[in-house]
Design a protein around this ligand. Structure first.
Ligand SMILES: NC(=O)c1ccc[n+]([C@@H]2O[C@H](COP(=O)([O-])OP(=O)(O)OC[C@H]3O[C@@H](n4cnc5c(N)ncnc54)[C@H](O)[C@@H]3O)[C@@H](O)[C@H]2O)c1
Length: 327
């Protein structure tokens, strides 16, 4: 049986929905302290056993492990805002590192040895070459990326010393929502580009800020790799299957390999919504690399995974959600 941490959050809830569809007889245990997540993000199925708990609570996690036959953990729970991690490093070390190490301790005591980890392209830092493949040096330039790298390194040690199997999935920019309209992206505050642009289209924000239009890119704005949240969910299902036979640890980039600039995203949002979207030009933000695009060949070949959603389709699903969000 699977235990999902952070399952009431954005990517976690989409993973659970996909996983339960793929495994019609399965149940999942979800642990989320609802610091960021939403209980409504889990009300699409009665095959979810939900515990409102902090993953860092070793005693309570041990009790959950005693009561349910958990054999693998999918770990989404984390604090995830890059900017905030720079102003509140203690909070990020506590939640992303200390609480996760406590979770690993509780797993060790319960003899659970399979782990799927939400990592990030932020572990690479400023690209030395593009597109980014998994062997690119990992030199994070913000606290958030550093905390994720620290857990990747801890997992390498657990694998080498205790024989655990783990997979670190390094996402690029997750975006979009489920076609059902039941779940979608509901961060507060929202920091991701596509929902922010769509909120500006709806008049919920005055305008969308473009931070820097003088980068060395074709239109001067930053380029990122946007991948649909259900494509990420499917990659997790495939990585979980592989964990059953995989020895040791592995890491995969999850991105489409196609970059889109901030300006291109805004233009496409205007097309999808049919609305004018006011823009404010602002100075560059420190630590924003001009281009982050994945080389995902390893996931394509070893996980047999391929993203299905184009950027336009991603924006369409995000737009459907933004007009009538449930949370
Ligand atoms: N969204 C992206 O583009 C992106 C990109 C790269 C990596 N990631 C990683 O993917 C994971 C999920 O991201 P998301 O966008 O769904 O974030 P999210 O904030 O929507 O979900 C995280 C969930 O974890 C829960 N949580 C946080 N700390 C907890 C704790 N100590 N105990 C229990 N629950 C806790 C929150 O309540 C929330 O429901 C994170 O680990 C994030 O770092 C996200």
């Amino acid at each position: 049986m699977l235990l999902v941490t952070g399952g009431a959050g954005y990517i976690g809830s989409h993973f659970i929905k996909t996983y339960l569809t793929q495994n019609p007889d399965a149940q999942v245990v979800v642990v989320d302290n609802l610091s960021e997540g939403h209980p409504q993000a889990l009300d699409f199925s009665d095959r979810i056993l939900f515990f409102q708990e902090n993953i860092g609570n070793i005693h309570e996690m041990g009790e959950i492990f005693k009561r349910h036959p958990i054999d693998a953990i999918v770990h989404f729970a984390a604090s995830c805002c890059v900017g905030e991690s720079q102003t509140q490093p203690t909070r990020y070390f506590q939640n992303n590192v200390v609480n996760t190490l406590n979770l690993l301790k509780a797993m060790d005591e319960a003899n659970i040895r399979k782990f799927l980890f939400s990592s990030t392209c932020a572990t690479y830092g400023t690209p030395q070459r593009l597109p980014l493949d998994e062997s690119h040096p990992q030199n994070p330039i913000n606290v958030y990326g550093q905390t994720k790298l620290m857990i990747e390194q801890a997992l390498q040690t657990y694998s080498a010393t205790l024989g655990w199997s783990y997979t670190a999935l390094r996402y690029f920019n997750a975006a979009g929502g489920d076609n059902s309209g039941l779940i979608g992206e509901g961060h507060s505050p929202e920091t991701h580009l596509i929902p922010l642009v769509l909120k500006a289209a709806l008049g919920k924000r005055d305008a969308i800020e473009i931070y820097g239009n003088d980068y060395d890119t074709p239109d001067g704005t930053c380029i990122r790799d946007y991948v649909h949240v259900n494509d990420l969910a499917m990659a997790h299902c495939k990585a979980l299957e592989r964990l059953n036979t995989q020895q040791g640890g592995d890491a995969f980039n999850l991105g489409t390999t196609h970059g889109a600039s901030v300006q291109e995203v805004i233009t496409l949002c205007q097309k999808v919504t049919g609305r004018d979207i006011p823009i404010n030009h602002a100075p560059r933000r420190p630590g924003d690399p001009p281009v982050l695009v994945a080389n995902a060949d390893k996931a394509f070949s070893l996980l047999n995974w391929a993203p299905q959603y184009t950027l336009e389709k991603i924006i369409e699903t995000a737009w459907a959600w933004e007009q009538t969000p449930r949370y």
